[in-house]
Design a protein around this ligand. Structure first.
Ligand code: CUA
Length: 321
């Protein structure tokens, strides 16, 4: 199950934000209950005195404490508001501080596109960095530093269970830093309307322990292996010679396109095209032949292929583990 709940925090930032929510909710509920009780008491009291409608209120000696109560309520209101402001400032500082949490961070450049996420792990020399899409893997307990940018319009990066929203703005770099507290899969979503397929601009973050993360990274850094069967060979041949290779790269082959997601390890991905569609051969075939039907407005053009070529292509993409 993927977690998508800001009130079940599993990240350092989200924990602070959830605390802020509960503090504000509790104070607001107590204040609301007190105000409504005072209102009911006041109405009852006015009824007991049976003042004719519209007559001016006459304060008597019995009302003397009322002035004090109002003064006390005013003072208390100021104190409560100051308390809430302080809590908000403290949490806000902790969330926005780009050196928190401290430690050796995993730095990942996230480039938002209409309508998917390009993910580049920034360790290692340029040209040998791990590039993937839509499925983010990070180690548990180590700071994650996301450098957020956009290649077209403004998007917003949001993993509710882990951190607050942060915009991705063309020509500007924002940083989001947090650490994940528990292993698991966490659902993310673009949170700023960015076009037709805004709602289908999702991502999954998988948090795993350190050794598993390093093993994942080593596997993902490897180039695609040579196809083992004749059908897979044909699949690669179709990919390299059709329009696929103009937009997509598969390291270790002739395909070097940079417009769409890097597909070197496409077979290991759980979903297709940043949508909730599961990565199965049947769905992949439908996606290749008619992407506008599954994700209208996406930048992927339709590719007409002979049935045998399509089958070989789908098999080869699935073999890219
Ligand atoms: Cu990208 Cu909404």
């Amino acid at each position: 199950m993927y977690l998508h709940d800001a009130l079940a925090p599993a990240g350092s930032d989200a924990k602070s934000l959830a605390l802020l929510w509960w503090v504000f909710l509790t104070i607001s509920l107590v204040v609301y209950a007190t105000v409504i009780t005072a209102l009911v008491l006041a109405i009852r009291r006015a009824r007991r005195r049976r003042l004719p409608a519209g007559s001016p209120v006459q304060l008597t000696d019995r009302d003397a404490p009322a002035g004090k109560v109002v003064a006390a309520a005013l003072g208390l209101t100021t104190l409560i508001l100051l308390g809430m402001l302080t809590t908000e400032l403290v949490v806000g500082r902790a969330v926005l501080d780009e050196s928190q949490p401290e430690g050796d961070a995993v730095s990942i450049r996230v480039t938002a596109q209409q309508f998917w996420w390009k993910l580049e792990y920034e360790d290692g020399p340029p040209g040998q960095r791990l590039v993937t899409a839509n499925e983010l893997f990070v180690p548990v307990g180590r700071p994650v530093e996301l450098r957020l940018q956009s290649s077209d319009v403004i998007h917003s990066f949001w993993l509710p269970a882990l951190a607050g929203k942060r915009d991705l703005i063309p020509g500007n770099e924002n940083t989001l830093r947090f650490s994940v507290l528990r292993p698991g899969d966490y659902e993310g979503q673009c949170a700023e309307f960015c076009g037709y397929q805004h709602a289908n601009m999702r991502l999954i973050l998988t948090a795993m322990d350190g050794p598993a993360f390093e093993a994942w990274k080593t596997a993902q850094l490897a180039e695609a292996g040579a196809p083992a069967t004749e059908e897979l060979q044909r699949g690669q041949w179709v990919f390299e010679r059709s329009s696929c290779a103009l937009c997509h790269a598969v390291r270790g082959t002739a395909a070097r396109g940079t417009v769409g997601p890097d597909l070197t390890h496409f077979g290991s991905r759980r979903r297709i095209a940043a949508t909730p569609l599961r990565n199965t051969p049947a769905t992949l075939a439908r996606w290749i032949v008619d992407p506008q039907r599954l994700k209208p407005g996406s930048r992927m053009p339709a590719t007409a292929l002979a049935p045998d070529d399509l089958r070989a292509l789908v098999a080869w993409l699935g073999s890219l583990q």
